[in-house]
Ligand binder design. Structure first.
Ligand code: T1G
Length: 692
């Protein structure tokens, strides 16, 4: 029978089955919570019922609290109230898991008396990814089942575990047969009844906690080992403190109150708002403005990659990792065998770290075929070039591809800056040409900028965006303009950083400001890592910038032991007096009078220049959403996730402050800070980028 719009109630013998169906992920919305409460009440009041199975239809068990309800008044029953009803039920409740039991979903399962799952199910507490902690007892119950060390790992990483692993650690009591979850859950419930099994409450268990008593080093060592990973984030430390509380002289309920207090603090913090913003922004980015959702997706069964260098090799690995065969082409056997050797080395290193099985290395390599003939790409559904970043070379490759590739093949360029339409003009099929801008290392970095040319067909755009998901990446559709979105904003940062060191800041001062803001490394450290000679032309170099001078001195970056910094053999960097002199001499030649620059000025000039450039990209239609820019800067450029991306960060400052800052910076430092028309409009309308 129907309990409410999302809940049904059935009885099979002595077992009540309460089924929830609230697409897309059975998030624990008010209706879902009410349905479970009503279903439980019916089971408890039905004398013929002796146990209750709680199960979901659709793709998954409860995937957590309903994030869209955050910030709104809680509608009863709250999740915690519902948990108390389940935990104190006079009849056994069996949580029945498929898909993903995540966050509040798993926390609800933890107050059930037993848990059964299909082998393909996963369980996790991913709240940390939203800048939160499990706010419904996860930090108090999970340690009581799996022990402190495992709980610290699982909750601060947010990583899900398989049903098998969950069973091994006691998180799940039974494994059902795949596809037989409901039947097996009812059979299990009957066994619980027949064996008169107790009403187990996780809150009453202490044996796992006892293993950690008197060992404060567990927490000290954990904090130390993860300091780098947690740097700047508030949620991980709050989680650790909640787990520590399970060993303190607190009752379970006092522990729950402690957890609640910290949860409320985190939920109100801008870090969580930023990470929830990104959660939805990543999903929004996959929805393509102006292209129907039912646009056909072309099959990608075989891929060709041209160029076996760093980028080409990484791109080939991305496809092999997704099980898609790749033919990797380079001009010489030497270049090809070197490229394949590096790929194998990468896989072996991953296997050595235990992140893939040793036998999978050969399986992945078997998907990669090397060739020195582009003609061998004639049967590929998609061909991606990753050759030298020079227009003439790219056009030559595309002209040849045009003759070789089968009709309907997608022709993609991995160019970072060059004009996609100009590349496409070298072919007779510009509608089949698209930009797939991978980020180095391509087999690791999640971001994929999908660049649409003026003639790129809709189905090729839709296929490219779907391909990003297939590769486990986040695809963001961008327009064709210099640097597309990410590199264009990086160029704005570059311009300010280079100007700042001429005016008196040192490279390390600029880098420290960015590192302290939350970037994984500073601007000049990043430049040295990538290589100062990327895009540098030796023949044309004329000492016109500090970077050209450093290249002319052979200071190409970390790889040669010196760039903006000096590096020792372990690649530890230190400021370079030689570079400092180059900077000062160059500034003198430019007639720049150097002065003391404070951190605030460094930060404002860099961050507001990036925000302004982002707004210009929106004005020009190169980026279609402000949130797309945030996804790109966080996923591809290390903008700290807890600051939400440049456009979210600007909204946090408030548009009036943004325009005031830009106007004052413009007065001092010129055109880079002329507020974009969009910023002027939003400021005048009292709006933010969230409304753009
Ligand atoms: N609430 C609301 N909507 C959600 C949601 C959620 N928890 N999870 C997903 N969606 C939407 C998502 O926005 C998208 O919408 C659609 O579902 C499909 O998602 C008290 C406080 C479950 C692994 O963090 O990890 O519990 O774009 O594209 O790739 O302690 O969604 O279609 O309109 O991601 O198959 C904790 C978050 C919440 C889990 C499925 N739970 N979700 O992945 O689909 S906080 C989470 C996911 C909490 C408690 C605390 C994934 C997924 P639309 P999708 P997918």
């Amino acid at each position: 029978m129907k309990v409410n719009d999302v809940t049904t109630y059935e009885v099979e013998g002595p077992v009540a089955v309460v089924t929830l169906n609230s697409p897309p992920v059975n998030a624990l919305s008010a209706a879902v919570r009410q349905g479970i409460a009503d279903g439980l009440k019916m089971a408890l009041e039905d004398d013929d019922v002796r146990a209750m199975v709680l199960i979901c239809e659709g793709r998954t068990f409860f995937a957590g609290a309903d994030i869209t309800e955050f910030g709104k008044p809680t509608v009863d029953p709250s999740l915690r109230d519902l948990q108390l009803m389940v935990e104190n039920a006079a009849k056994p409740v069996i949580a029945t898991i498929h898909g993903t039991a995540l966050g509040g979903g798993l926390e609800l399962a933890l107050v059930a008396h037993y848990r059964i799952a299909v082998p393909s199910a996963k369980c996790g507490l991913p709240e940390v990814n939203l800048g939160l902690l499990p706010g419904a007892g996860g930090t108090q119950r999970l340690p009581r089942i799996v022990g402190i060390p495992k709980a610290l790992d699982l909750i601060t990483s947010g990583a899900p575990v398989s049903a098998k692993a969950a069973k091994d650690m006691g998180l799940v009591d039974e494994l059902a047969a795949e596809g037989h979850l409901r039947a097996d859950a009812i059979a299990f419930a009957n066994r619980v009844i027949d064996e008169n099994r107790p009403l187990l409450k996780v809150r009453d268990r202490a044996e796992k906690l006892d293993e950690a008593r008197g060992k404060p080093e567990i927490f000290a060592d954990f904090r130390k080992a993860n300091a780098r990973r947690f740097r700047g984030f508030k949620a991980p430390e709050a989680i650790i403190r909640c787990i520590e509380a399970t060993l303190e002289d607190k009752s379970f309920d006092e522990g729950m109150a402690f957890e609640r207090a910290l949860f409320i603090e985190l939920q109100a913090d801008s870090q969580s708002a930023a990470q929830r913003h990104i959660f939805f922004a990543e999903r929004q980015a996959g929805k393509i403005v102006g292209i129907p959702a039912d646009t056909p997706i072309l099959p990608i069964r075989k891929v060709g990659v041209i160029g076996a260098g760093t980028m080409g090799g990484g791109i080939a690995m991305s496809f092999a990792n997704a099980g898609i065969p790749v033919t990797l082409v380079d001009t010489s056997d030497d270049a090809l065998s070197r490229g394949l050797r590096i790929i194998r080395g990468n896989y072996e290193a991953t296997a050595k770290k235990g992140r893939m099985k040793a036998e999978d290395v050969d399986a992945r390599m078997a998907l990669l075929t090397g060739s020195v003939r582009m003609e061998d790409l004639s049967d590929c559904d998609l061909i991606i070039e990753a050759v030298f970043e020079q227009m003439e070379i790219k056009q030559e490759v595309f002209a040849k591809l045009d003759r070789i590739a089968k009709p309907g093949a997608i022709l993609a360029t991995n160019t970072s800056y060059l004009d996609l339409d100009e590349i496409a003009s070298a072919t007779s099929r510009p509608t089949s040409v698209v930009g797939l801008h991978f980020f180095s290392p391509a087999h690791v970095m999640k971001l994929l900028e999908v660049v649409r040319g003026k003639e790129t067909r809709a189905d090729i755009i839709a296929t490219s965006m779907k391909l990003a998901k297939t590769l486990g990446k986040i695809g963001v559709l961008v327009g064709n303009a210099f640097g597309f979105v990410g590199n264009r904003i990086l160029a704005a940062r570059d311009a300010q950083a280079n100007r700042l060191i001429l005016e008196g800041a040192t490279p390390e001062a600029v880098d420290k400001v960015l590192y302290d803001f939350g970037f994984p490394m500073g601007h000049f450290q990043m430049r040295d890592l990538v290589g100062l000679d990327v895009g540098w032309n030796r023949e044309k170099s004329s000492s016109s910038t500090v970077r050209e001078i450093l290249n002319e001195m052979g200071r190409h970056g970390q790889k040669v032991g010196g760039g903006f910094y000096d590096y020792d053999e372990s690649r530890n960097r230190k400021p370079s007096p030689v570079v400092q002199k180059v900077i000062e001499d160059f500034a003198a030649k430019q007639g720049i009078v150097r002065r003391e620059l404070g951190d605030a000025e460094i930060r404002d000039r860099i961050l507001y220049a990036m925000v302004n450039e982002g707004a210009k990209l929106l004005d020009e239609g190169i980026a279609s959403r402000a949130s797309d820019i945030d996804v790109i800067l966080i996923t591809g450029y290390g903008w700290p996730k807890y600051e939400g991306g440049p456009m979210f960060w600007a909204d946090l400052q408030g548009m009036p402050q943004v325009i005031e800052k830009l106007n004052s910076l413009q007065a001092e430092y010129g055109d880079a800070f002329v507020p974009s028309p969009l910023i002027k409009r939003l400021a005048s309308e009292g709006k933010g980028f969230r409304d753009a």
